[in-house]
Design a protein around this ligand. Structure first.
Ligand SMILES: C[S@@+](CC[C@H](N)C(=O)[O-])C[C@H]1O[C@@H](n2cnc3c(N)ncnc32)[C@H](O)[C@@H]1O
Length: 220
């Protein structure tokens, strides 16, 4: 982790990172399936909850939390250097200190989404530029699978929205197919997600001549 990100980590990680039980050891990103995160306890209030899957270096997380102080943001990310970068961005955004409406869990979202949060408790789920795994033999590693869709549907509040974005046409098609096959969800928008900033993944995709696809699904 670059020194500036480590310094941000040392200053504010204890206010932002949520420690969770890890049955496979302290360095594992697998959360204990029996663990339940209570947003009211973690954020100290009740507010609409956004869960970001794979927040990377925190662009959407930090910008979204700044623009919606009345919402709470919970990011799930396995890549520790990305979390350090997000903390540094957070300090740049606030001038000093943590954003009170952001928490990050260093955790595998695939497992966490299935177990860690109460059904119907999430206002929005964000999955922006998930790892594309462009080679055909790696498609099975993509995070958006029928089981993942099922986990998101379980979490969404009655008016909840799942926002996805990708710069890979093949992944976009696959998202439309896999998520579109879920009868409890309907596609409500293909416009750019309102709070989604331009990240390096979007810039890189656009520079390479790829098209950006946004998809927003709502519970029927
Ligand atoms: C391509 S990056 C996109 C980051 C960010 N969403 C953006 O748009 O800039 C994908 C991120 O998802 C994270 N990721 C991949 N699989 C994950 C998982 N199972 N649980 C949590 N995060 C995951 C990666 O570590 C990486 O930071």
């Amino acid at each position: 982790m670059p020194r500036a990100h480590q310094a941000a980590w040392d200053r504010i990680a204890d206010q932002v990172l949520v420690e969770v039980p890890r049955p496979m050891g302290a360095t594992s990103t697998v959360v204990d399936p029996a663990y339940r995160l209570d947003p009211q306890e973690v954020f100290g209030r009740t507010a609409p909850l956004v869960v970001e899957v794979g927040s990377g270096s925190g662009d959407a997380l930090v910008a979204g939390a700044a623009q919606r102080p009345e919402w709470d943001f919970l990011a799930l990310e396995v890549w520790r250097p990305g979390i350090g970068h997000a903390l540094a961005k957070m300090e740049a955004e606030t001038g000093a200190g943590a954003q009170p409406n952001v928490r990050i869990v260093e955790v595998d979202a695939v497992v966490a989404l299935q177990t860690m949060l109460a059904p119907g408790s999430v206002h929005e789920v964000w999955t922006f530029f998930p790892d594309p795994w462009p080679k055909a033999k790696h498609h099975k590693r993509r995070i958006v699978t029928p089981d993942f869709v099922d986990a998101v549907v379980r979490l969404l509040a009655p008016d909840g929205v799942w926002r996805l974005a990708t710069d890979w046409d093949h992944y976009a098609e696959s998202m439309r197919e896999v998520v579109g096959a879920e009868p409890r969800l309907e596609l409500v928008s293909t416009d750019r997600a309102p709070l989604r900033p331009v990240t390096r993944f979007e810039r890189r995709g656009t520079a390479a001549g790829r098209q950006i696809t946004d998809l927003a699904y709502r519970l029927r």
